[in-house]
Ligand binder design. Structure first.
Ligand code: SF4
Length: 532
């Protein structure tokens, strides 16, 4: 099989992994070396549903000794062609594409060939050739395989910009049922090790800078070791293959942000690619749910919302018709209207239609003049949404509309006419774009219908029965101290590495605005939130 045939198989096999944005690291080009990356994001292009495509996204191999029920590459799937790159082939391919300006970096994942350590050794060798032999300074995102030993994680982290370990499924029981070779501990142990290594690396670099004397600064600079995963770590969860609620998923995400300092938690709407009695036998892809989860995630990371403000146990799924911020606003009408000419940043960030950038622009612009509709539109504020929740120098923007939950809900849930909204929605295609197909050829994604939802419920019922029989009722993945101990994920690996693993605001106050200070734990007693 030649390299292009391998690429066709392995790029296609990698398209189900969505955790691939590359923002987070700034590195300029250097004489005699190749590539550069920008913190603002070397991914300039996204699929219609927001997935990044400018990295060469491939598996090292689609051979896998594991048998995860939801995965097209699982061992028992005899319908896929299996292949693997050699480290040299993968490095040559990446450099070839980079030189032709097809890609700006590499997203490397892999099936488990033999054991996690053997697979990681092959990945490390490919990245070493790229970094050391070719002097490649572009962006690299590598997937760490649960159960990999700490030395290999260290090597991978020194060669990559971002590492990620997929959480795969949002609960321990679902994991045990659908991905029996993976466990809570084998996933959380590398996550915790990566977290600790990033923190140590940052600390030692800061200490070095601080202690720099005049004599040291005059000395010939020694070649510094590469930073450990300077763009941090991320993870991914499959949404909709198992019955966990949005409440469960968002609490788990908040806990991961808090305890592991993850850069991102990616949500991947379950895509039915294999048949299994324990999986939903439906072709509905819950893209809207995935989209709402991303919006909620954005609120937690950039807008100062905590999980309890977004979702509660009595309403465990996000509202499908309106985004979570609009939903919060509709439930807190007493907080509005907000006066755009005097409100603090925290209050502006609560207004539907005003984003982080818009709120900061408002703060700056109002120093020069009093803001009205025209000025807000010029600043790029989504005035059609924001107007129901603001006053401009005392004048209410939503005149003519009843200031009630129902009336405003109807307005906010209605499709937005005009402007650039929805211009990509009509072209939505399944999964990500590939190097080999035109997007026009791809079928339009099916929407969840009543029969699809019924099929989902049937599958979930089967899962619940199996879970109850095996483990008792579904609980979350506890992110506790015990995560530092990884059990052997692949018995065939050498035990020495396994043993290593085992060591291993005024207006806000006025209006009674909820405190928005980071990701607070909503229910410390919840098993998801046991912080180690
Ligand atoms: S480990 Fe599981 S999810 Fe990963 S490639 Fe193998 S079967 Fe697929």
């Amino acid at each position: 099989m030649n390299v292009i045939e391998k690429l066709e198989i392995l790029a296609d096999a990698a398209k189900y992994d969505v955790a691939c944005t590359s923002s987070g690291v700034d590195r300029s080009g250097r004489n005699g070396q190749l590539g550069a990356t920008r913190a603002a994001g070397c991914c300039h292009s996204f699929t219609p549903d927001g997935r990044c495509i400018t990295l060469l996204k491939v598996l090292f191999t689609n051979v896998c000794t594991y048998d995860c029920a939801y995965c097209v590459n699982r061992k028992s799937n005899t319908e896929v062609k299996r292949t693997a790159f050699t480290p040299q082939e993968l490095a040559d391919l990446t450099i070839g594409f980079y030189r032709r300006n097809y890609i700006e970096g590499l997203f490397l994942s892999s099936g488990v060939v033999g054991c996690p350590d053997r697979t990681t050794e092959l990945m490390v060798e490919a990245l070493r050739i790229l970094r050391e032999d070719y002097g490649f300074r572009g962006y690299i995102h590598a997937k760490a395989i649960p159960g990999t030993s700490v030395e290999l994680l260290d090597a991978l982290g020194r060669l990559s910009d971002r590492l990620s370990v997929n959480l795969e499924l949002p609960s321990q029981q679902s994991l045990g049922l659908l991905a029996p070779a993976k466990s809570r501990a084998s996933i959380l142990a590398p996550m915790r090790h990566i977290h600790d290594s990033i923190a140590d690396d940052k600390e030692s670099r800061a200490r070095k800078r601080k202690n720099l004397t005049i004599y040291q600064s005059l000395a010939k600079p020694v070649r510094r070791a590469r930073a450990f995963a300077p763009a941090g770590q991320s993870t991914q969860m499959i949404i909709g293959a198992t019955p966990e609620s949005d409440y469960h998923i968002l609490n788990l995400s908040a806990s991961l942000y808090q305890t592991m300092q993850l850069k991102r938690v990616f949500f991947s709407a379950y895509l039915p690619v294999v048949k299994n009695p324990l999986l939903p036998a439906t072709d509905a892809v819950q893209l809207n749910r995935e989209h709402r989860l991303y919006q909620a995630d954005w609120l937690m990371r950039f807008y100062g919302f905590n999980v309890a403000e977004i979702i509660d146990e009595d309403h465990p799924f996000l509202e499908p018709d309106v985004d979570p911020k609009a939903n919060w606003a509709l439930n807190h009408l007493d907080f509005f209207p907000v006066e755009v000419n005097t409100a603090p940043l925290e209050a502006l960030l609560r207004v539907p239609g005003i984003g982080v950038r818009g709120a900061k622009l408002i703060l700056r612009a109002r120093r020069q003049s009093t803001l009205g509709e025209a000025e807000l539109r010029k600043l790029g504020i989504a005035y059609k949404r924001a107007r129901y929740f603001i006053t401009m120098n005392g004048s209410y923007g939503g005149k003519g509309v009843d200031f009630s939950r129902d009336a405003l809900h109807a307005r906010l849930a209605a499709p937005i006419d005009g402007g650039r909204h929805g211009r990509r929605a009509a072209k939505t295609t399944p999964g990500q774009m590939t190097l080999f197909e035109s997007t026009e050829q791809a079928a339009v994604l099916p929407e969840a219908s009543a029969s699809n939802k019924a099929a989902l419920e049937t599958a979930f019922e089967a899962q619940r029965r199996a879970l109850n029989a095996a483990n008792g009722p579904v609980a979350g993945i506890a992110i506790g101290a015990s995560a530092a101990v990884a059990p052997s994920a692949a018995a065939s690996c050498s035990t020495s590495r396994r043993e290593e693993n085992a060591k291993g605001s005024s207006n806000a106050a006025q209006r009674g605005m909820p405190q928005a200070a980071g990701h607070r734990v909503t229910n410390p007693g919840h098993p998801l939130l046991q912080v180690g």
